[in-house]
Design a protein around this ligand. Structure first.
Ligand code: DGT
Ligand code: CA
Ligand code: CA
Ligand code: ZN
Length: 585
């Protein structure tokens, strides 16, 4: 974690605690400051060293907040924050992780019941004490109780999008060391799971000690958790990073083993046993002539282990792409030579769900088209928010504004230097009943309509199913955007009957989106697989609000791969003509 992140975290806590004690306006100022400190490119500790004025140069950081930041670097604490902490000794970060519990709730529940931790919150809810507090009711209490397990789980796991850049940085650092022959990520992050418990790294080297030493000295590591002869763990950006160092001839076996999942490994190991082979993290061994196969880890004749592909091939299997290794039929498919030909990130020909400064994006239509061109895209769809439920203030476009934007998009497309086919569309809203809240005549004129749920995300499963079925059956809807509306580690979203929704989508010719924003990643792998089985197309879109967010496409592609998506299943891996044909159909 950089010190900018650290200070931003403190300012956010400050904001929460001010809000909990009923202070108005100031919390917003602290949150804005936090955001800008986090995004600021210069290290905050350097600015603080130069003094308050240098810190106050950061956008939205006023003199008062700048003084507190300097105080923190000079004394190791902020006096006023310490005072707020003793006034309200509750774990505000943990408690506000529960959906429906904000800082004010934390303040009230502490005052009335002395609640300071998640456990105490749960006890109070179970005992029916919360409903007795003024301003709370039985329904609120029930919601809190329902949401506690999710909050507990969320605090333990890191989002893929937060962990992957850390893993990539660690990997390139290790790759640059002389003693390292090869380096790879393994574990859930190599399988591209949407959340990960820890980052697992593997290195092949015949000099273990210097590699371990260099790893614990990695500049981005905040602390060493443990260090041994062949493995070490550090903490970086709040996530645990495990490294194992093995010999080159065992690298493939270790990579296979530590990639998991456990269930996949069990299935593969059983296949080895059927062939009188022994598979473990050290290699694949022929034990047909061995009296006691359990006598050691490296017994019998080594038949594979240097490469992972070699391990699978020696088991008469196609090498299994990591995303499939969840024991969902991939072992049998690999044995039959029936693995899917998975879509690749560089096969994406354009993004079909993006925003500009016409709604809540930060960049112009022209800048977003240019960014798409830079990424080699052939197609780019502009789909700003339509006004409607769940879209705040006046960020969403009404019918007149959509018509006006059509002209602006046509103009920008005309002027764009690169040869990108620009589509004009909208991200329309699916209301709680499944109606699309933009006029049909307006929708009919657009190249593409993405329809997404943005409101009523706490509705029950039956209502959610009906809602999404009605939306995908709408004649002008082309893509169902982020189908559940979940925000990973923050809110679960709706839980429709997936089969029913994807069947309706397939029948209506509506594509199911994999939203590549790493906070969303829905549809998830399971829904993608159901959609493909039902015959629905998949759209892998970033929902970018800025050019750099177009680079999130890889998270969406790997999520689609977890759902066994082949190139042909993905709408925006088709040619511009193919995409047009689908949208017109
Ligand atoms: P995570 O970190 O919770 O997101 O999930 P993984 O899959 O990365 O799990 P982790 O970090 O505990 O271990 C990495 C891989 O190592 C795991 O996917 C499979 C393998 N592995 C670790 N311990 C065991 C074990 O006791 N038995 C088996 N079969 N495999 C193991
Ligand atoms: Ca892991
Ligand atoms: Ca691990
Ligand atoms: Zn969007």
């Amino acid at each position: 974690m950089s010190r900018n992140d650290e200070v931003a975290g403190l300012l956010e806590e400050f904001a929460d605690r001010l809000e909990a004690t009923g202070v108005e306006y100031k919390p917003t100022a602290y949150r804005r400051a936090a955001e800008n400190v986090r995004e600021h490119t210069a290290p905050i500790e350097n600015l603080a060293g130069e003094g308050e004025e240098a810190v106050a140069e950061i956008d939205r950081v006023g003199d008062a907040i700048a003084a507190k930041i300097v105080e923190y670097f000079e004394t190791g604490a902020i006096e006023e924050l310490e005072a707020l902490r003793s006034e309200l000794p509750a774990d505000i970060e943990a408690l506000t992780a529960v959906e429906g519990v904000g800082p004010k709730t934390v303040g009230s529940l502490y005052e009335a019941l002395g609640v300071t931790t998640l456990d105490e919150l749960e006890e109070a809810a179970e005992a029916g004490e919360i409903r007795e507090v003024s301003g709370f009711g039985a329904k609120t209490e029930e919601n809190i109780l329902d949401n506690i397990p999710f909050a507990r789980e969320a605090r333990k796991r890191t989002r893929l999008g937060d962990a992957r850049p850390v893993a990539d940085a660690a990997l390139s650092y290790l790759d640059g060391l002389d003693a390292v022959a090869s380096a790879a990520v393994c574990g859930s992050i190599r399988r591209w799971k949407d959340t990960i418990g820890d980052i697992d790294l593997l290195v092949a080297s015949d000099a273990r000690e210097p590699v371990i030493e260099a790893f614990t000295d990695w500049p981005e590591a905040d602390a060493t958790i443990e260090a041994g002869t062949g493995k070490a763990s550090v903490r970086a950006s709040g996530t645990r990073v495990d490294l194992r160092v093995v010999d080159g001839d065992e690298f493939g076996a270790a990579l296979q083993y530590f990639t998991g999942s456990r269930a996949h490994n069990v299935a593969v190991r059983n296949r080895a046993i059927d062939r009188s082979l022994k598979l473990n993290e050290y290699g694949l061994f022929d034990i047909s002539d061995v009296d006691d196969p359990d006598a050691g880890q490296r017994v019998g004749q080594r038949v594979a282990g240097a490469t992972e592909d070699g391990v699978y091939e020696a088991l008469d299997m196609e090498p299994v792409p990591p995303e499939l290794r969840e024991d969902n039929g991939e072992v049998a498919a690999a044995a039959d030579g029936d693995l899917p030909d998975l879509v690749e990130t560089d096969e994406i020909r354009g993004d079909l769900h993006t925003h500009t400064d016409w709604s809540d994006g930060g960049f112009s239509i022209a800048e977003m088209i240019e960014a798409a061109a830079e990424r080699g895209y052939d197609v780019h769809a502009v789909t700003d928010h339509a006004a409607g439920p769940g879209i705040f203030g006046n960020t969403g476009l009404d019918e007149a504004e959509i018509a006006e934007q059509a002209e602006a998009v046509a103009e920008a497309a005309e002027e764009a230097s690169a040869d990108v086919e620009v589509l004009h569309g909208v991200e329309a809203n699916i209301d709680a009943e499944g109606a699309i809240t933009t006029d049909d005549e307006t929708l009919a004129d657009l190249d593409i309509v993405v329809a997404s749920p943005h409101s009523a995300l706490g509705q029950d499963s039956d209502a959610a199913t009906e809602r999404l079925i009605r939306a995908v059956e709408h004649p002008h809807v082309d893509v169902l955007g982020h189908p559940t509306g979940r925000i990973i580690n923050s809110r679960p979203g709706i839980a429709p009957d997936i089969e029913a929704v994807v069947e309706a989508a397939a029948a209506a010719g509506t594509a199911i989106e994999v939203n590549a924003n790493p906070a969303r990643l829905d549809a998830d792998g399971d829904m993608v697989r159901a959609a493909i089985d039902a015959g629905a197309a998949i759209a892998v879109d970033t929902d970018a609000h800025a050019p750099r967010e177009l680079d999130n496409a890889r998270y969406g592609v790997h999520t689609a791969r977890r759902g066994w998506a082949e190139t042909a299943d993905v709408l925006n891996a088709r040619s511009p003509e193919g995409i047009r044909a689908f949208l017109d159909g």
